[in-house]
Design a protein around this ligand. Structure first.
Ligand code: PEP
Ligand code: MG
Length: 321
């Protein structure tokens, strides 16, 4: 099996009828990049930058962050590296930020909500990412967006960061895409509008499933409800991909759903451009895409969208694929 997957490493994820899906890797540190490339990743679709902030006693400086991002970008050797700005809060607390106790951290002071209130955190991070862009192909991705205004503010902060870099005489890349995670139901519903402002969408199903189904992603008692094939979730995903296509931007997915080969077929049928996952999942997803035509995927998708229950959809997919 290992040899079989190794043979797939340098082959693209192309369907028999020629539809290509980019398969990328999720990483937590630059040390994960080489491993990702060994599994055939075509770049990094999610660098969870909060890990640069965790396991230390104080806020990492712009210079600390620049080094971490630059290493990852260099190791991508010209392939895209999507760096997500810090997603602290929720399930990832950070002691030195002294965030007051919250009854509902997943609904609380988290991710871009912190970034927009704390320029002292956000500007150094944006500057570090823009500087790392000089060493390869970088994109900035914003987590937990719920509305257009947040994204406009982010864009203003990026302009501030560039102005500071110019003032300080530091070189940076002006060719950095800026996109958002679609991981809240509000963002997914608003994708036709958000698509006019962003360069790309990446669907974060870990949170999107949790928020859509009001179902904690880590609670074993209700894990039977936590299903990425729930029809409501599938409709939000399809809407997001369609919004991207209608507006000429790309849509990807970086939540766990992207590593499910059966889901990958549905997503390919919906027209997704990119799937980002933990590196060891890449060969299995690639194998499934290489043997399933887009015509077949669209037929399966049409059938699935008529079904009314997530468990039923999963069973159906396992039967027909
Ligand atoms: C997600 O929510 O799907 C995601 C990729 O982000 P995280 O798992 O880091 O919350
Ligand atoms: Mg998330």
């Amino acid at each position: 099996l290992a040899a079989h997957y190794a043979a797939l490493k340098d082959l693209p994820a192309v369907t028999p009828d020629g539809v290509k899906v980019e398969l990328m890797a999720n990483i937590g540190t630059h040390m994960d990049v080489d491993n990702a490339m060994n599994y055939g990743a075509e770049g990094v679709g999610l660098f969870r930058s909060e890990f640069v902030f965790m396991g230390r006693q104080e806020i990492p400086t712009e210079e600390d962050q620049f080094k971490a991002y630059k290493e990852a970008v260099e190791k991508c050797k010209g392939k895209l590296c999507v760096i997500r700005t810090m997603d602290i809060g929720g399930d990832k607390p950070l002691p030195y930020l002294n965030i007051p106790h919250e009854d509902n951290p997943f609904l609380g002071y988290r991710a871009v909500r912190i970034s927009l209130q704390r320029k002292d955190l956000f500007l150094p991070q944006l500057k570090a990412i823009l500087r790392a862009g000089v060493y390869g192909k970088v994109a900035i991705m914003i987590p937990m967006i719920i509305n257009v205004n947040e994204f406009k503010e982010v864009k203003a902060r990026i302009e501030d960061a560039k102005a500071e870099l110019v003032h300080e005489g530091k070189s940076y890349s002006d060719d950095v895409q800026v996109g958002i995670m679609v991981e809240t139901p509000s963002a997914a519903v608003m994708t036709p509008v958000l698509a006019k402002y962003v360069d790309f969408f990446s669907i974060g199903t870990n949170d999107l499933v949790q928020y859509t189904l009001a179902c904690d992603r880590g609670n074993a008692n209700i894990s039977y409800l936590y299903n990425h094939f729930n029809p409501s979730v599938l409709r939000l995903i399809q809407r997001t991909i369609q919004s991207a296509r209608d507006n000429g931007i790309w849509a990807g997915m970086c939540g766990e759903m992207a590593s499910d080969p059966y889901a990958a077929v549905l997503l390919m049928g919906m027209g997704i451009h990119e799937l980002s996952m933990s590196a060891p999942s890449i060969p299995r997803v690639k194998e499934m895409l290489r043997k399933t035509s887009s015509v077949k995927a669209k037929e399966v998708l049409a059938d699935v969208m008529k079904l009314e229950d997530g468990d039923e959809i999963r069973e159906y997919l396992h039967k027909v694929l």
